[in-house]
Design a protein around this ligand. Structure first.
Ligand code: FAD
Length: 447
């Protein structure tokens, strides 16, 4: 049995590690086009913001350790083609330029995604960056640390854009502008009640400007270097621009195969991680994931999912038949001093699903008044109006918000009702909660 894995990060290496443990006789080859495997991009914004200094902290395990352990990893090798009839891939050695072929019995595509570059004029000017790959982080930090770089513009207020704002603030930059085309930050992931809390937090920080419903049209350059940007509403000075307008799956090299994809190129996989082609599996940012509440395949590129489905694919490559139970799209974000988490579906998703739903929004306190450090906490629940089963939850606040979301993720997974959440035995002590935790309150307020 020969298994080939394309891409050696979260999904690919999770699969390789699992498959090699289960089937000790399988021949496993991993092709990775960069020189780094098994690292966590989630640490990039905090590296750029100098919350820590050593970029090696992002690397879970150096490539040499994998090779020492007997893994056949070919770094600086890019897979450029595939022949599904012959079960053969074409690879380019990026060091020597040599092009060669390799055959598989089973193939896993774990090629992740790349940053989308929106149609903005002069994007190739010096001083315009993205934050996706390891080297992006190294280069961006080097620039951001320079004294003369003071005015930062971030285009796109998704997870990465907001994290870059925090990074720039942490580096003490003079001005940070966050420009968002949509009407709210994190439009797809959170509802308005919660993004209002985030936006208030962003606006409360001196030197940070939030621009909503504004379209960046052009990078203004001088001698090939960015000096500002032009939008449909004005012009702003910039020493450095970060584009964070989403990602798209790295699956272009599979287009001709007829393999089933979503319109954005995400490979459609079943519960076992198998694509529409029998011997080809996939997971991570290049693939879909089954949503437990929406009951359909969706594109939610997250490390949590890449690791989990990656491991499941590893089992199935090695001959097992393990299904993935589905995602809830649980995710968290730190918006300067506010933290927020979400799980299940948003109200917008409930509308799109056409279900009979209700919502409840509660503003409360995270803990007792007499213990120092009490903060506001905001909870939104989305639930089925007929069955009262919880379908979605979002929480924001300065303290204790995100990890509460995990409890509600468990509740959604288990199909608990808002009434059960109202009486759930959540833990209590004065520094952490109130006797009726805000989640109990939200469950009880739900009518
Ligand atoms: P990737 O990590 O993208 O790895 C794919 C690999 O495949 C790459 O190394 C690439 O070089 C290689 N490759 C691509 N094409 C080829 C080819 N043709 N031949 C050979 N090799 C190829 N997720 C969270 O859950 N929480 C977070 O807080 C979070 N923060 C993030 C912050 C940032 C700045 C970024 C960029 C991402 C963040 N994510 C977060 C998302 C998370 O990093 C990804 O979901 C995860 O890395 C996906 O893993 P993957 O293995 O699918 O893809």
């Amino acid at each position: 049995m020969k298994i080939i894995i394309i891409g050696g990060v979260a999904a690919g290496m999770s699969a390789a590690a699992k498959a090699s443990r289960i089937d000790k006789n399988a021949e496993i080859v991993i092709y990775e086009k960069t020189e780094i495997v098994s690292w966590g991009a989630c640490g990039l914004p905090y590296y750029v913001g100098n919350f820590y200094e050593d970029p090696n902290n992002m690397i879970a395990r150096p490539v040499e350790k994998f090779i020492e352990a007997g893994m056949n990893i070919k770094i600086k090798h890019e897979v450029i083609g595939i022949d599904i009839e012959k079960k053969e891939i074409t690879i380019k050695n990026l060091v020597t330029g040599e092009i060669f072929k390799d055959n598989y019995d089973k193939l896993m595509v774990a090629t992740g995604a790349h940053a989308i570059m929106p149609p903005i004029k002069n994007l190739s000017a010096k001083g315009v960056y993205t934050l996706k790959d390891y080297t992006d982080g190294i280069i961006l930090k080097e620039e951001m640390m320079k004294e003369e770089i003071q005015d930062i513009i971030v285009v796109g207020a998704g997870y990465i854009g907001i994290e870059v704002v925090e990074a720039a603030k942490h580096l003490g930059k003079r001005s940070v502008r966050l420009i968002q085309l949509g009407e709210r930050v994190l439009l797809e992931s959170f509802d308005k009640e919660i993004t209002d809390v985030m936006e208030e937090e962003i606006r409360a920080h001196e030197g940070v400007e939030l621009h909503l419903e504004e379209a960046v049209q052009e990078i203004i350059e001088k001698d090939g270097k960015v000096v500002g940007i032009k939008t449909n509403k004005g012009e702003y000075k910039a020493d450095l621009v970060v584009i964070s307008t989403g990602v798209r799956p790295n699956t272009a090299f599979l287009k001709e195969t007829g393999i089933e994809m979503l319109p954005n190129g995400a490979l459609v996989i079943d519960e076992f991680g198998k694509t529409s082609i029998d011997s080809i599996y996939s997971a991570g940012d290049c693939a879909t994931v089954y949503h437990r509440v929406r009951k359909e395949n969706v594109y939610i590129p997250l490390a949590t999912t890449a690791n989990k489905i990656g491991r499941i694919v590893g089992e199935n490559l090695a001959g097992k038949n393990t299904p993935f139970a589905g995602t809830l799209g649980s995710a968290a974000i730190k918006v300067l001093d506010v933290e927020a988490g979400r799980t299940g579906i948003t109200e917008n998703e409930a509308i799109k699903m056409g279900i009979n739903y209700k919502t409840v929004f509660v503003k409360d306190k995270n803990q007792t008044n007499y213990y120092p450090g009490r903060e506001d906490i905001f909870v939104k629940l989305i639930y089925n109006a007929d069955t009262r089963v919880l379908l979605g939850a979002q929480i924001a606040g300065k303290k204790g918000a995100v990890l509460r979301v995990d409890s509600l993720a468990t509740a959604i997974y288990s199909e608990l009702t808002v009434d059960e959440i109202g009486m759930m035995d959540f833990c209590y002590a004065p520094p952490f909660a109130r006797t009726w935790d805000v989640m109990n309150v939200a469950g009880n307020v739900a009518k």
